[in-house]
Design a protein around this ligand. Structure first.
Ligand SMILES: Nc1ncnc2c1ncn2[C@@H]1O[C@H](COP(=O)(O)OP(=O)(O)OP(=O)(O)O)[C@@H](O)[C@H]1O
Ligand SMILES: [Mg+2]
Length: 516
């Protein structure tokens, strides 16, 4: 439900015009499939080629067929659309040339017949088509090199190895993507201009690529981004080595070479396409999306439910709702039961006060935040003793103690204002050593939850808590203080979780005497 609050800003409301556009797109995609995309595409590549999305990230693991798809797609679109300008980018010119020109299935080989028939020719770094279409092979070794494309009108942007790019470079190039005067055939209208990116996890751009494409919605789902994010229809299509049968045929031992990369993180990234890794990340070794993320289920009424809070204004604020297990068995799916050790924490809802751009807040007044919290809590439900659904009773939990500081100009604190609106907190433990203890405790809880059969308390997250899943598993370590998180990262949900984790022993002990 907090996810709904957060996602509304992303998805907007469905409108009649949008419904009409969607109907039109369905027809376009059906027609595209009928006109036959390149025959040799494997199913995942075909999915990307025929997708109704206009800003796609394809890939996720080495050898999934990204670069091959780029070449095939670029060629086919140039054949279909006269005067189309396709820009294919990599950071390094050497990589660009080796991969797309000199490889066994590079452009010269793929285009041999077309070149022989005089339909196109390769001139230096351009592939020129008789119908006026062009494929530009480009690179941007330095960040500032993107400004060399200031004057370009890009109809199709293809970026290979997107995780080697900074968000700033990507945003700039995306800003050059527009149709201008190009006439797109009616049966392809709505699919252009178009961006297709390929990437493996890791690299300098890992976090922003993950946040932009992998985390916001389920894989293969298409969603409309807000204007601040480019306003295109975005999609992540996961393609692993298994999705490229050519590799299994031609080079069956390639898989072993990926397994043999040595570094466990690198194997997870390149072989498994696991995005929940970051070299040097604080939770790399304890986080497992498969184990920690749970499909939501009703919480038993006997569990304690409370919330924790990290205040932010120009930076995001974060509210997390937690259910603390009292050890009672719970039905996690129809007919499927599970016991979470007493004292385990489940993050059941969240409200992250960001504007859709990582680490940028909403500048909301504390009174409005309090009202929003009550709004979410009115929707929280628990399962009663006879299986009936009841409203949840939410207890005050820990909040960043800064909310108790009195503002000079207003002579009242954020905590006072929120209390007037019916939302109270208890001060979080911010005593010396509490950061280190809190992170360590969180690591222990995550490590326990990742076991086959946890026996001590663990920590789990409901799958709609998308912003926890986006920001916490990738929190970087502070290079100077290895037992702390780097505070310049987007750590607000991490902090809010740490406050709750530190309160755990106090809350658990108290609840032994006066159960809530
Ligand atoms: N549909 C296809 N038909 C024939 N060969 C293909 C197809 N898709 C991929 N290949 C071949 O499989 C090999 C690996 O594909 P490709 O280079 O596109 O993968 P990649 O995901 O870009 O890999 P990397 O992560 O190493 O960049 C290449 O030799 C490529 O030509
Ligand atoms: Mg490639």
């Amino acid at each position: 439900m907090s996810a709904a609050v957060a996602f509304d800003a992303f998805t907007g409301q469905a409108s009649p015009a949008r419904a009409e556009r969607r109907r039109h797109l369905k027809l376009v995609v059906a027609e595209l499939a009928r006109r036959q995309p390149p025959k040799d595409l494997h199913p995942k590549q075909r999915q990307a080629f025929t997708s109704e999305a206009t800003e796609i990230l394809y890939g996720g693991a080495a050898g999934g067929g990204k670069s091959h798809l780029f070449r095939r797609a670029a060629i086919q679109w140039c054949k279909w659309i006269p005067n189309l300008q396709v820009y294919l980018f990599r950071r390094e010119f050497g990589d660009l040339f080796k991969n797309h020109m000199e490889s066994a299935t590079g452009f010269p080989v793929m285009l041999a017949e077309e070149i022989a028939r005089g339909e196109c020719k390769i001139v230096d770094k351009e592939i020129r088509w008789k119908n006026g279409a062009k494929i530009h092979l480009c690179h941007c070794q330095h960040e500032k090199d993107v400004y060399g494309y200031q004057g370009a009108e890009i109809h199709v942007l293809l970026i290979d190895e997107l995780t080697q790019w900074t968000a700033k470079m990507y945003r700039f190039l995306r800003g050059r993507v527009r149709l201008g005067g190009l006439k797109v055939p009616a049966w392809l209208k709505g699919l252009f201009p178009r961006i297709l990116n390929g990437a493996n996890p890791g690299g300098i751009g890992h976090n922003w690529v993950k946040a932009a494409f992998v985390d916001p919605v389920a894989e293969s789902e298409t969603w409309q981004t807000p204007k601040a994010e480019g306003g295109m229809r975005r999609q992540f299509i996961r393609a692993l080595l298994e999705d490229n049968p050519t590799m299994a045929e031609n080079d069956p031992t390639y898989e072993d070479r990926l397994e043999g990369l040595g570094d466990a993180q690198l194997v997870r990234a390149m072989r498994k396409g696991d995005w929940d890794i970051v070299a040097g990340g604080f939770f790399d070794d304890v986080w497992s999306r498969d184990r920690h993320v749970l499909a939501p289920f009703p919480i038993p009424h006997s569990w304690r439910i409370d919330r924790s809070f990290d205040w932010g204004s120009s930076k995001p604020f974060s509210v997390g709702w937690w259910a603390e297990s009292d050890g009672t068995r719970v039905e996690v799916a129809p007919g499927r039961f599970r016991t979470f050790p007493r004292g385990s924490l489940l993050r059941i809802a969240e409200w992250y006060g960001w504007n859709g751009t990582p680490d940028v807040g909403l500048k909301m007044r504390s009174s409005d935040v309090a009202e929003g919290i009550k709004g979410v809590e009115a929707l929280l439900k628990v399962r009663g003793p006879r299986g009936e659904i009841l409203p949840a009773r939410v207890q005050p939990g820990p909040a960043d103690s800064a909310i108790y500081d009195v503002d000079d100009t207003e002579s009242t604190s954020i905590a006072d204002t929120m209390r007037k609106h019916g939302v109270t907190w208890v001060p979080a433990d911010k005593s010396p050593g509490s950061r280190k203890n809190g992170w360590e405790r969180l690591r222990e809880l995550l490590a326990e939850a990742a076991l086959d059969v946890p026996e001590s308390p663990g920590l789990w997250v409901f799958s709609h808590c998308a912003q926890f899943i986006r920001t916490v598993p990738v929190l970087p370590r502070d290079e100077k203080k290895p037992d702390d998180v780097n505070t310049s990262a987007e750590d607000h949900i991490g902090d809010e979780t740490r406050y709750r984790v530190l309160a755990l022993t106090r809350v658990a002990r108290r609840s032994t005497f006066s159960p809530v």
